[in-house]
Ligand binder design. Structure first.
Ligand code: GAL
Length: 621
């Protein structure tokens, strides 16, 4: 695994660049990512390029022995681009323009913007595509950051109509697939269809699902347009993109199909603070991060990446600026996060950013250097991690144990129709992941159509649409299986299947779901050592009760090697379901301390401890 850093030469005097490059190398860094926000300096006036400074920056970094990951600057179109095409900005859900003055102010469907993005990508790739110092490209920056995948602009509406016509062929077919007879929502032509925002009450969930798919496809198409240019002008270099944490606005599996390496940006403390963790965990892990946050994404993105190649393109080095509260990591955490990425198979960890910038939006965001260029604490930790990596050598392949099935449309569907507040396919996956990991089990988060051979157990936490491939793979699979609530409960257009849930998996679980209810917090079914809630599927069939509450309600059914979890997969309930399944799959069920996780590769068994106090290890002989 290589180490790198995100660097913005345009922020610093040119006389400083060589010293920065030297210090990067001295720290053990071999990669540097540049350029992704530099459009206004590359092309200060329309059509007039200023390459001089970037040529010198590239040459300086290259001369120091750093491999450059060049970003395409399309996330930050300068003001003159917007002034020439004011309608290129996205409109938010309330129809308001997303103005200039930060970043990502473009609509993916705007043809003029898309042409500009391809033009600037071509210009940068023509200039540096064959430069010996450029080893890889990053397209744009964090598609979807600041909630920017969906746009409700006229350009998006027109493109959506075309997308619908291509998908459904006739408007009659669309009306039938969506059930538009309900509330007289039938359309007479594709041109009559609006975007699903601004309706009086909720729009048809089928309409929303189509719009989510369309919005995702627009991201993929914009990215592909850049990738094609980069392939043509920069042969032999990897193309990557940096995905985000707990972000599902587009289908990352589709994006990854066009990339060589899938990257993601790891901010463990920011994510803990901003996402759905208990206040107790937010306090307890405030300076280390929840022990599953980074690992979940490592395993998720490894599973989306073509050929399994993935990296951390941004790694939190200290306090960030964007969470509600922004503590500093405990001493040692930056090193730990780096090594954990290695244990999960990353090929690069790149710290964000080299030096804290004293101005503008991210002036409170730490770097490896302070604003005055003196070392921040993370610099020494990066150096220590570089030494650890060198000492460990090849860590070897990950050992296959559990597969966890996750799809982006599943999360879109639970967002569109939660039915119970907080019921989310993404968080169901996270809780199942966490339950498996607390038993020390390696988890691969896989696409629904991924082969399942070689795993001891498979968990499908919540997957409303089940493909024929998954149904066949699960039927052929010899290991233990857990199927979670809502799985198989919808078709491609959000309709309930003719013979009810779980549709294609009915035989697998030996029955069907006749009624689903959701429960508010506090409404629970309690059994021995576990408490279930959130959701309750009424099962009818030939499976045996596996977990029965004191009041007689069956919360988990067992049909041969398959369990059906009828309640929401969270807390002590899913821990129990997973523990039973792991036991049946032959694992020793000994929970780790809740601050500890392990990762087993062909050569090593790594232990990572997220405790906020020093832990002393005794070496056993
Ligand atoms: C990421 C983004 C970076 C920077 C960073 C701050 O989301 O890609 O450009 O803003 O966050 O933590």
């Amino acid at each position: 695994m290589e180490l790198g850093v995100c660097y913005y030469p345009e922020h610093w005097p040119e006389q400083r660049w060589a010293e920065d490059a030297r210090l990067m190398r001295e720290t053990g860094l071999t990669r540097v990512r540049i350029g992704e926000f530099a459009w206004s300096r590359i092309e200060p006036e329309p059509g007039q390029f200023d390459w001089g400074w970037l040529d010198r920056a590239v040459d300086t970094l290259h001369a120091a022995g750093l491999g450059i990951i060049m970003g395409t600057p399309t996330a930050t179109p300068p003001k003159w681009v917007v002034d020439r095409m004011p309608d290129m900005v996205a409109l938010d859900r309330d129809g308001r323009p997303r103005g200039f003055g930060s970043r990502r102010h473009y609509c993916f469907s705007h043809a003029g913007y898309r042409a500009e993005a391809v033009r600037i990508t071509r210009a940068v790739a023509e200039r540096y595509g064959r430069h010996p110092g450029v080893v890889a490209w990053q397209t744009d920056n964090e598609y979807g950051c600041h909630d920017t995948v969906q746009s409700f602009s006229p350009a998006a509406r027109d493109a959506f109509r075309q997308w619908l016509a291509a998908r459904y062929g006739t408007v009659a077919a669309l009306n039938a697939a969506w059930g538009n007879v309900f509330w007289s929502m039938e359309y007479r032509s594709f041109d009559a269809i609006e975007l699903p925002n601004l309706t009086v009450t909720e729009a048809n969930p089928a309409h929303w699902l189509a719009f989510r798919r369309f919005s995702s496809d627009q991201v993929i198409a914009c990215n592909r347009a850049q990738v094609e240019v980069l392939r043509e002008l920069s042969p032999g270099r990897d193309v990557t993109h940096n995905a985000m944490g707990f972000y599902t606005g587009y289908d990352h599996h589709d994006l990854a199909a066009d990339l060589d390496v899938l990257g993601w940006d790891s901010y463990p403390l920011g994510f803990l603070e901003m996402f759905r963790f208990s206040d107790a965990d937010k306090v307890r892990f405030a300076r280390s991060g929840h022990p599953d946050i980074a690992a979940f994404h490592h395993d998720l993105y490894r599973g989306r990446a073509k050929s399994g190649r993935w990296s951390v393109l941004e790694q939190q080095p200290g306090p960030v600026n964007w969470a509600r509260h922004n503590p500093a990591p405990l001493p040692g955490m930056v090193r730990l996060w780096t090594l954990e990425a290695m244990a999960h198979g990353a090929e690069l960890v790149s710290y964000f950013r080299w030096r804290q910038f004293p101005q503008a939006q991210e002036q409170m965001h730490a770097g490896l250097l302070r604003p005055d260029a003196t070392p921040a604490p993370a610099l020494a930790e990066a150096r220590a991690a570089a030494d650890d990596i060198a000492a460990l050598g090849e860590v070897g392949e990950s050992v296959k144990q559990a597969a966890l099935v996750f799809s982006y449309p599943a999360e879109w569907m639970t967002q569109i129709q939660p039915q119970g507040a907080g019921c989310s396919a993404l968080w169901a996956a996270f809780h199942c992941y966490s339950a498996l990991r607390r038993l020390g089990i390696n988890v691969d988060v896989v696409h629904p159509d991924a082969p399942l051979d070689g795993y001891a157990l498979v968990v499908v936490p919540c997957l409303p649409i089940v493909s024929d491939t998954l149904a066949a793979n699960l039927t052929a699979f010899a290991g233990q299986v857990v199927i979670g609530p809502r799985t198989g409960s919808r078709d491609e257009d959000f309709a309930i299947p003719p013979h009810l849930a779980p549709g294609k998996l009915t035989e697998l679980i030996g029955g069907r779901i006749t009624l689903s209810e959701s429960w508010r917090p506090g409404v629970v079914a309690t059994g021995e050592g576990w408490q279930a809630g959130g959701w309750f599927d009424h099962y009818e069939g030939t499976a045996e009760p596996d977990m029965t509450a004191y009041d007689g309600r069956v919360t988990c059914w067992k049909h041969g090697r398959v369990r059906y979890a009828a309640c929401w997969p969270e807390g002590s309930y899913i821990d129990e379901v997973i523990a039973r399944t792991a036991h049946d799959a032959g694992f020793a069920v000994v929970p780790l301390p809740d601050h500890q996780r392990v990762r087993t590769t062909a050569r090593y068994r790594f232990t990572f401890d997220y405790a906020d106090a020093t832990v002393t290890w005794e070496k056993r002989t």
